[in-house]
Design a protein around this ligand. Structure first.
Ligand code: ZN
Length: 596
């Protein structure tokens, strides 16, 4: 699973008319993003699955960038230039100075392997990359095709921006273009739904399957060879073992052992996620995995801090501001949650909106045995904070409080959101079964809302216990409020925008912030915010514990509306020119590494 965070450019929820903005984001980000749908009932320490990142947006009304025309009409060269400018370039780097020459040489091999993934993903998403680029004269359009790995604008309803390419096939290149769903369903091919096979036509025109390791044999052999070379340089035993197994897996499409080995390694400072992993690209059936890669450097300071903070979970659970019966479960304190600097994104990871957090592996057998690992990609989050969230805060937070908007607070809120999924209870207290089942379609927004608010509760309690800097709590509060405003304005799915609006209205009712009538800007009241956090936490935990579906619906109905004043304030963001997303400048040269 993966999580992104963008500006929802095309479908502002405040505009009237049909809003089909499943699009964008997702992400278990405190406040900003609301998207882990917590649907996994697997035995992971932090149940926090995620909303998928849909790759296509429905046609919607004109967004802030002013595309009012038909979703299927061709984007003009001028529109493409504007769209391109909506993606701010960000250099993907990390401090590698602590690594030995041998480790740097290994990193260079990993980057080269990760880069090899791009070629395979191009084949899956479009086909012949060179042929497409040859058809494009305009340099901006060519660059835009590189961002989109094809001729369709992924963050704008897949509108084509190259002539004569037609609409984007929902099955990408995983299936024959002329195959119908019925034909697929009637086919007797036993591996047709495999993650790792392509559907093709044989000489007689009948459907047949081709395993990935056969279809992409040549580039996969090169990538596997690079991973084996990297394994020879690896200093961490677990990582060396994983690299060898992963190289083998690329050549036979059996990934389970390498996934297990990946979960077993705990002390490596360098990591690579590589292979056919997510299925978002297959919009026809969602069966087929796309190749992607991330090269990552672990942030040891944060990662060790998180392990330490997670140990407080049982204690914090007992101290929750709610009646004992709603906190009777004991949370696990062995979260596999780490922070990383990403230094390379390849293939499916690098298309369209950029991922800020991943939760892997997807193989349920591995999840049952080993749990999952959540990877927070810190430098990419920072880029999105700087470019997307900060401008929103600067436009809407009171002048004397904008100094409290900062990335450290944002990152803390985000990380503690993840940990806070472990607080509260999973089973209702009155025999209605799991909270998830009892709250039905409301479950995910309540679970995310709980994690947001209890994440902030954790930050405060840990500060009071001396684990975090108490003087900086106001940063967490003000940054949290800015995140709520972002979420309401550029909200993701309706449910999450509503959850944030509920939070906004309850905070307002409790005086957690005040709006300055002259400037239309918002100012946090520290003490009242602290009280409001406790009040809201108790309310959400009670509804969850009682599995009270009617109360959940009623809360959203009573408190989930955006009033005219707030809507007016949010309109000011139109002038802030907030980018849609980021794109990367990346590779060996950016990292200052020699070619392997
Ligand atoms: Zn979450």
């Amino acid at each position: 699973m993966r999580f992104v965070l963008t500006r929802d450019s095309m479908s502002p929820p405040l505009l009237p008319g049909p809003v089909m903005n499943r699009h964008f984001l997702a992400g278990c980000l405190a406040f900003a993003i609301a998207g882990c749908d917590a649907s996994s009932d697997t035995a992971t320490p932090l149940p926090s699955a995620a909303e998928k990142v849909p790759t296509s947006v429905g046609a919607t009304a004109a967004g802030p960038t002013g595309h009012a025309d038909n979703a299927n009409s061709l984007e003009s060269a001028a529109q493409v230039r504007r769209r391109l400018a909506d993606y701010v370039p960000v250099r993907l780097t990390a401090d590698l100075s602590a690594f030995s020459a041998r480790q740097k040489a290994m990193i260079a091999l990993l980057v080269k392997a990760a880069d090899g993934i791009n070629a395979i993903y191009w084949q899956q998403a479009w086909g012949d990359k060179a042929d497409l680029l040859d058809r494009i004269d305009d340099p901006a359009t060519r660059e835009f095709a590189m961002i989109n790995y094809g001729p369709w604008d992924r963050l704008n309803g897949d509108r084509p921006f190259v002539a004569d390419v037609g609409t984007r096939p929902p099955g990408a290149q995983f299936y024959p273009a002329d195959m119908t769903k019925t034909e697929f369903e009637q086919s007797k091919l036993k591996d047709k739904t495999s993650l790792y096979t392509l559907l093709r036509r044989d000489g007689q025109g009948s459907l047949t399957t081709v395993p990935y390791h056969v279809a992409y044999k040549k580039p996969l052999e090169e990538i596997a060879d690079l991973l084996r070379k990297a394994a020879r340089l690896a200093e961490d035993d677990g990582f060396r073992h994983y690299l060898k197994l992963r190289a083998a897996a690329l050549l036979d499409d059996d990934y389970r052992r390498s996934d297990m080995a990946w979960m077993d390694m705990k002390n490596n400072s360098i990591d690579i996620v590589i292979g056919p992993i997510e299925t978002y690209e297959d919009q026809l059936f969602g069966y087929k995995a796309s190749y992607e890669s991330y090269v990552l450097i672990k942030d040891r300071v944060w990662s060790e801090g998180l392990t330490r903070f997670a140990k407080y979970l049982p204690e914090l659970q007992r101290e929750l501001p709610v009646a004992d019966k709603f906190k009777a479960e004991t949370p696990g304190s062995d979260a596999d949650l780490n922070a990383y600097f990403a230094i390379y994104y390849g293939g499916d990871a690098n298309v369209g909106a950029k991922t800020i957090a991943i939760n892997l592996p997807n193989d349920e057998q591995v999840q049952l045995r080993k749990g999952t690992r959540r990877l927070q990609l810190e430098n990419v989050m920072q880029a999105k904070f700087d470019r997307i969230l900060l401008p929103i805060g600067l436009a809407l937070i009171a002048d004397d409080q904008v100094r409290h908007l900062n990335f450290d607070a944002f990152f803390q809120n985000t990380m503690f959101h993840e940990v806070a999924h472990g607080l509260g209870i999973k089973q209702t207290i009155n025999g209605k079964g799991s909270v998830r089942k009892a709250l039905k379609d409301q479950a995910s927004s309540f679970e995310e809302g709980k994690a947001d608010i209890l994440g902030l509760y954790m930050v405060r309690r840990l500060a009071e216990k001396g684990e975090l800097d108490k003087r900086r709590l106001m940063d967490n509060y003000v940054t949290f409020l800015a995140g709520i405003l972002r979420s309401i304005r550029f909200g993701t799915s309706d449910a999450h925008a509503v959850a944030n609006t509920v939070r906004f209205n309850i905070f307002k009712q409790q005086g957690a912030f005040r709006r300055d009538p002259e400037s239309g800007r918002y100012r946090v009241d520290f003490d009242k915010m602290t009280t409001a956090i406790n009040t809201l936490a108790a309310r959400l935990l009670t509804i969850q514990g009682n599995g009270d579906y009617a109360a959940a619906k009623a809360l959203n109905a009573q408190m989930g509306a955006v009033d005219a004043q707030l809507a007016g304030d949010l309109q000011r963001l139109e002038q802030a020119h907030i980018p849609v997303d980021i794109r990367f400048e990346q590779g060996l040269e950016v990292l200052g590494l020699d070619k392997p």
